[in-house]
Design a protein around this ligand. Structure first.
Ligand code: ADP
Ligand code: MG
Length: 391
């Protein structure tokens, strides 16, 4: 819908503000330009409605070269919101909201209707329509600035650091408002910011600028996962990168080294003695090389007490285990969903090297992977329910 083709802007005096950018935005996208001061964000944005003319290349809107359109008409088709709000002080809020409609010669009844719809959208009282901007707080004025841009039925809206001067709480609620309205009304918004949190929150795709060039253009998720270079990494900061990086913790790193094992040739009496001594109701059974063979529990021991059998004769061979080298995030759900009290951990030769207990897993879930996946939290919840049932 909006396309930059090899666009450059060189200001008089030779300053290269924008250098050979190629970008393409879809209809209904929320695009953020982000970058340090002077990186060419504002210049790029202003070329979309020809407030600034490109020195090289061209910009297409709906396939049309905007250079061939009438600049004034083009500007009326594109909303524009700036940091200083830009409400006309001598006009009422109603007149401000419907300014562009008036220019487009929309009749008064329709304009009143729009003004009411818009003030309802931003949840301000309708009485406010007949007040002047100076009678409103800064945050209220900026809300009006936002809806004014949305009121004229323009499909494209440009916003240049519109919330930069607002306090954090007002900024946060206006971000929510803009995102909500954009999604509901299907507008295409091109938004300039130097605030990474703002860009990550609002954008479908982010264009990261440095010294007039676009260094990365992608979704917030992909940028966090694969920053293009160290400039992008610095812009994102270590905390955000750490949060986005999938957790690499292995089972081996969090297991306990307290597996209680017995070898297959031992007698049932010896198994019983070991259970009493260690105060456990199951034992892992291994061969002489520590290779996991199965387990025995107190019920099967009790049943076979009188027999002169060995542990190997009565073991249950079906045992769920995990590999030491497995990623915890890949095994966690399986462990929790099975509702096992503990799971043996083996090395690559199936030798028992430790255990993972359910109790320790809950701590891990909260410490390492909390919030990563809803399904994970479901698993933890069902785990907690099991625990209650067991009493
Ligand atoms: P940003 O919005 O990312 O802070 P701008 O697009 O405003 O950056 O500016 C990019 C570069 O172009 C800066 O170095 C700036 O000083 C320069 N610049 C902007 N406007 C003009 C102008 N009218 N004349 C000359 N240089 C300009
Ligand atoms: Mg700027």
């Amino acid at each position: 819908m909006i396309e930059f083709q090899n666009v450059s802007k060189i200001y008089r005096g030779g300053k290269i503000a924008v250098e050979d950018i190629n970008l393409s935005f879809e209809q209904g996208e929320f695009i953020c330009f982000i970058g340090t001061s002077g990186s060419g964000k504002t210049t790029s944005m202003r070329m979309i409605n020809r407030m600034t003319e490109p020195s090289k290349g061209k910009i297409l809107i709906d396939g049309q070269d905007i250079q061939k359109l009438n600049a004034v008409e083009l500007r009326r088709k594109i909303g524009y919101v700036i940091q200083s709000i830009g409400l006309m002080p001598h006009m009422t809020i109603r007149e401000n909201i419907t300014l562009v409609q008036k220019l487009l010669k929309v009749d008064q009844a329709k304009r009143d209707q729009t003004a009411e719809k818009m003030i309802d959208l931003v949840e301000l009282p309708r009485e406010m329509l007949d007040r002047y901007p100076s009678e409103l707080s800064g945050g209220q004025q900026q809300r009006i600035g936002v809806v004014r841009a949305l009121a004229a039925d323009q499909d494209i809206i440009l916003m240049d650091e519109p919330f930069g001067a607002l306090d954090p709480i007002t900024r946060d609620s206006l971000q929510d408002l803009v995102k909500d309205l954009q999604e509901r009304l299907g507008k295409t918004i091109v938004f300039v910011t130097h605030d990474m949190d703002e860009a990550l929150k609002l954008a479908n795709r982010i264009a990261i600028m440095s010294e007039g060039r676009v260094v990365q253009f992608d979704t917030p998720e992909n940028i966090l996962k694969n920053p293009a270079n160290s400039f992008v990494e610095d812009l994102l900061g270590e905390d955000r990168l750490l949060q986005a990086r999938p957790d690499k913790t292995t089972v081996g790193e969090v297991m306990l080294n307290t597996a209680i094992t017995i070898t297959t040739e031992k007698s049932i009496q010896e198994a019983l003695r070991l259970m009493r001594e260690k105060r456990v109701d199951t034992l892992l059974v291994t061969d002489n090389q520590d290779v996991l063979k199965g387990f025995v529990d107190i019920e099967s021991i009790n049943k076979n007490r009188g027999l002169t059998a060995s542990v190997g004769d009565i073991l249950q061979a079906e045992v769920f285990f995990v590999k030491q080298s497995a990623l915890l995030r890949n095994t966690l759900q399986r462990i929790l969903k099975r509702g096992l009290k503990y799971v043996p951990v083996v090395d690559d030769h199936n030798r028992v090297v430790g255990i993972i207990t359910r109790a320790s897993l809950v701590d891990i879930v909260y410490d390492v992977v909390f919030g990563e996946e809803d399904s994970l939290m479901d698993a933890v919840e069902s785990f907690n329910t099991d625990e209650v049932k067991e009493g």
